[in-house]
Design a binder for this molecule. Structure first.
Ligand code: SAH
Ligand code: SF4
Length: 359
């Protein structure tokens, strides 16, 4: 039996799997056969990897494991669209994964870290602090977990958004390995254009993403269009001021020739007035940009509230006057704590009060 510290096969990209196997004397044919078995079958036990050479299977059983995530808690929104999962990792950490099924198109929102170090004041994950980075296999494992759920009802996954717990560009290597696994043509074969990565604005990460060949979508969380206003909500704004961030965004959009999405969580009275919208319009004017405005999901650790619908409309009208398009993203499943980090916070509060949680 392999020990818990043995290699999780789902942590490996196909080239890395090839390197492991070639050390044991198996070539690319065996690598690809194993890869297809892993990702087409979503194997959770070695018994499901039939068809492999017996010697290879023996080595795999001895030296590797098939990491998988366990459901710690789950809930469904009253509108039936949102299925929120709190998944347990091997060391007992829990992370959130949200499956949204809308008009036959399933989207999953996945986590890249357990907690987050960035400390955005309104975000339940930021209020927890960082526990640790996720491994590539734990990021990919969330996709395999929801794929198993979707398969049971004959549905397929269309979109992946890296907008769950954590800052993906603070865990750059593992996140990009996971993206490489998701898009690998012999495995899950997801279209890179159906993958969106959201960042709080880690400037070196945005520049690195621009220089690499991964045609995924980029979303940048702004929430403030002056350094002082942004830093009050997003402490990372002090490390990477707006002029550096916007330079990196322009670099990305020129190099990759892609539109950038900007996220703006609308907080009543804090960043939702016409004046705020004018400042944002001036910042983004002339760029290939699209703004997603998201009325705040209130969290226990922050006393702000969501903007009223008329303020949201007025905010969008001002942006439109600068030719900056915008869309309101309602956070589906508010009744099940579907904001980033909120289910985990609620479940932890409940278990501190010693109430049972359903599995
Ligand atoms: N760390 C990345 C991705 C995860 S957060 C980032 O910050 O972009 C994904 C999005 O949810 C971000 O735009 C974040 O600001 C937003 N968000 C977090 N908590 C929220 C809340 N309580 N209400 C509304 N949006 C929230
Ligand atoms: Fe981290 Fe994103 Fe939450 Fe900010 S909003 S604390 S970057 S997860």
């Amino acid at each position: 039996m392999p020990s818990d510290t043995s290699a999780n096969l789902y942590d490996l990209t196909r080239p890395a799997l090839g390197a492991l196997l070639s050390g044991w004397g198996f070539g690319p044919y065996h690598r690809d056969q194993l890869w297809t078995a892993l990702y087409r079958r979503h194997a959770t036990t070695f018994d499901e990897l039939d068809g492999l050479k017996p010697e290879l299977l023996r080595m795999l059983r001895e030296h590797t494991r098939l990491g998988q995530l366990a459901t710690h808690h789950e809930s469904f929104s009253s509108d039936g669209f949102t299925h929120k999962l709190l998944l347990r990792l091997d060391d007992g950490q829990t992370i959130e994964t949200v499956l949204m099924r809308f008009k036959g198109r399933a989207t999953v929102c996945i986590s890249t870290q357990a907690g987050c170090a960035m400390g955005c004041v309104f975000c339940a994950t930021g209020q927890m602090g960082l526990s640790r980075h996720l491994t590539p296999g734990e990021i990919v494992g969330q996709i395999l977990h929801v794929n198993r759920i979707l398969r049971a009802s004959g549905e397929t996954l269309r979109n992946v958004v890296l907008m769950g717990m954590g800052e993906p560009l603070h865990n750059y290597e593992h996140t990009m390995s996971a993206v490489d696994v998701l898009v690998d043509a012999l495995g899950l074969a997801m279209g890179p254009r159906f993958i969106t990565l959201s960042t709080v604005g880690v400037v070196p990460g945005i520049r690195r993403l621009a220089d690499e060949e991964r045609p995924i979508h980029l979303a940048v969380s702004l929430h403030g269009a002056t350094d002082a206003e942004r830093a009050a909500l997003v402490p990372a704004g002090r490390r990477w001021p707006l002029d550096e961030l916007m330079d990196a965004c322009r670099y990305y959009s020129e190099k990759r020739r892609r539109r950038i999405f900007f996220e703006w969580t609308l907080i009543s009275g804090r960043n939702d007035t016409a004046e705020h919208a004018h400042t944002l319009g001036q910042l983004l004017r002339g760029m290939d940009a699209h703004v997603n405005v998201i009325p705040l999901n209130p969290t226990v650790g922050y006393d702000g509230g969501p903007s009223r619908p008329e303020s949201v409309r007025a905010f969008q009208d001002v942006l439109a006057s600068y030719d900056v398009p915008s869309t309101v993203r309602q956070r589906r499943g508010i009744d099940i704590d579907a904001g980033c980090g909120q289910l985990k916070a609620t479940v932890e509060r409940r278990s501190r009060r010693s109430l049972p949680t359903s599995a």
